[in-house]
Design a protein around this ligand. Structure first.
Ligand code: SF4
Length: 288
């Protein structure tokens, strides 16, 4: 499936469409200008994946708080999931049976914007595979492809038309904005009542992840209870679909700066998602 062509078809049809933007966007673009540019492309609603990330975390917490009988492996990275499926099928039972922030946000958007088409935009190539597995999401693009859209639709860097000058729509979460940085998931899990620091292992890049998977014995990796692993160097900010507008060194800083800005200035804009907004949605997922 050609996700870029599908997205263009949706935009040209003028149908209602929600853009689900990964929080790593700020490692590639300036905020809020990029949101205005996305609206100028024809997306009438733009949400950030951060509320989905909060739901991923809450689902993890609900699993971890019961007896831990194995080393659990965080599962939001489709490359990691597919690596396990192909090379380490015995570890499928260790994958956290919960949807990724993209999957959770897709369910949330289905509830809030039921008739809208859904387009995900992020730094990841393998999210295209996950999107196809889940259904619901019509197109999954990378930031490189977002740049292509900006070029093809002749969207200027600076937007002045008033109708586009609006930041994110509901729902939204501030502290999970650091999710795309290695260790961002466990740092926002709020798990200190159930996991000690020594129970969690953080890792990134394929080599490290493979070495860890090779070292599993009888469902456990050493003494660890939870592995927060991503396969790209530094986390999703090192994803292959990043447009690369800022050097790798600056990306992490930009993520934290944006998180701090949101916590300071955007906390009380009435867009923060609460548990009651997702009542009735099941965020658990079975891996096969
Ligand atoms: S770590 Fe890389 S492959 Fe994994 S979800 Fe992030 S961008 Fe995608």
């Amino acid at each position: 499936m050609d996700h870029l062509a599908t997205c263009k078809k949706i935009l040209n049809s003028k149908k209602d469409v929600v853009c689900m933007l990964a929080p790593s966007f700020v490692a590639d673009y300036d905020y809020p200008e990029v949101i205005y540019r996305i609206r100028a492309l024809g997306f009438n609603t733009v949400v950030e994946l951060t509320f989905g990330a909060k739901m991923t975390n809450l689902t993890y917490y609900s699993i971890l708080k019961d007896d831990i009988d194995r080393t659990w492996i965080a599962s939001p990275c489709p490359t990691l999931v597919n690596l396990i499926r192909v090379k380490y099928p015995h570890l499928i039972r260790n994958l956290m049976p919960a949807h990724s922030p993209m999957g959770c946000m897709s369910f949330i958007c289905k509830k809030i914007y039921p008739k809208y088409k859904q387009v995900f935009i992020g730094p990841c190539l393998t999210k295209k595979i996950e999107a196809q597995e889940l259904g619901g999401i019509d197109s999954a693009l990378t930031y490189k492809e977002l740049d292509q859209l900006f070029t093809d639709y002749k969207i200027p860097e600076k937007i002045t038309a008033r109708k586009y000058l609006k930041t994110f729509d509901k729902f939204y979460n501030d502290y999970t904005k650091i999710y795309p940085v290695s260790g961002g998931l466990s740092a926002t899990l709020h798990s200190n009542k159930i996991l000690k620091k020594k129970d969690i292992l953080i890792g990134d890049d394929m080599k490290e992840v493979t070495k860890i998977f090779d070292g599993f014995k009888d469902g456990w990796y050493k003494h660890y209870k939870f592995l927060d692993l991503l396969t790209c160097d530094g986390g999703c900010i090192g994803g292959i679909g990043m447009a690369g507008h800022f050097p790798v060194k600056q990306r992490k800083k930009r993520i934290f700066k944006y998180r701090d800005y949101a916590q300071r200035y955007e906390k009380d804009l009435g867009r923060s998602g609460k548990k009651l907004h997702v009542k009735g949605i099941d965020f658990k997922r079975k891996f096969e």
